[in-house]
Design a protein around this ligand. Structure first.
Ligand SMILES: Cc1cc2nc3c(=O)[nH]c(=O)nc-3n(C[C@H](O)[C@H](O)[C@H](O)COP(=O)(O)O)c2cc1C
Length: 173
């Protein structure tokens, strides 16, 4: 089981569409996966689930989507030059002892030209601090409005080749 995180709580985000596209690609390769949209987190989790406080809904989500699987795909949009704050707050709610040695593939989404490259680097530092491995091939999906077609698929051949290589590396772990 591979978890795909849509790393924003903005409703109907483009990031969620990209997460669904990765789900489709992984299913085509025979991999079972589950998508976690951060818009579905408990609304008060930042105040009810961090620093030792327990929110049962949040605990169930972290168990099912983060602690149980050994592999994740994390799709984050570029907000003000990096990944969204909700994603960092979500990570701050993880039990560090239950995440080490996992493998994570990173995907960046932006309307600008960077494809959240810096946000993926920032995330890599945090994940490595938690002893989580990051697949070295990352997918910076810049100018996303030019890449996604009306079916929610990425229509750029070069980018699909990169995504394919990234998924090969994740699946072989
Ligand atoms: C709060 C906020 C900050 C943003 N900052 C940037 C940015 O720094 N660079 C950029 O290229 N796009 C930026 N965007 C645009 C997003 O990259 C764009 O909306 C893209 O579709 C991914 O966001 P989404 O998943 O929320 O749709 C920003 C969007 C929001 C909502």
């Amino acid at each position: 089981m591979i978890t795909i995180i849509a790393g924003t709580n903005r409703k109907n985000s483009v990031t969620l569409k990209v997460a669904r596209y990765y789900e489709k690609l992984l299913n085509q390769r025979g991999e079972s996966c589950q998508v976690l949209d951060l818009a579905t987190l408990p609304r008060d989790f930042v105040f009810s689930s961090l620093y030792g406080e327990e929110n049962l809904d949040f605990s169930q989500i972290t168990e099912q989507f983060i602690f149980a699987p050994s592999k994740l795909v994390v799709v984050t949009p570029e907000y003000n030059g990096s990944f969204p704050g909700i994603m960092k707050s979500f990570i701050d709610g993880w039990n560090p002892r239950k995440v080490s040695d996992k493998w994570v593939a990173l995907v960046g989404v932006s309307s600008g030209r960077q494809g959240n490259a810096r946000g993926m680097d920032d995330l890599t530092n945090i994940l490595n601090y938690l002893k989580i491995n990051v697949i070295p091939v990352k997918s910076p999906l810049s100018q996303i409005f030019n890449l996604l077609n009306d079916n929610g698929d990425i229509s750029d051949d070069g980018m699909n080749d990169l995504i394919s290589l990234q998924l090969d590396l994740l699946i072989e772990k």
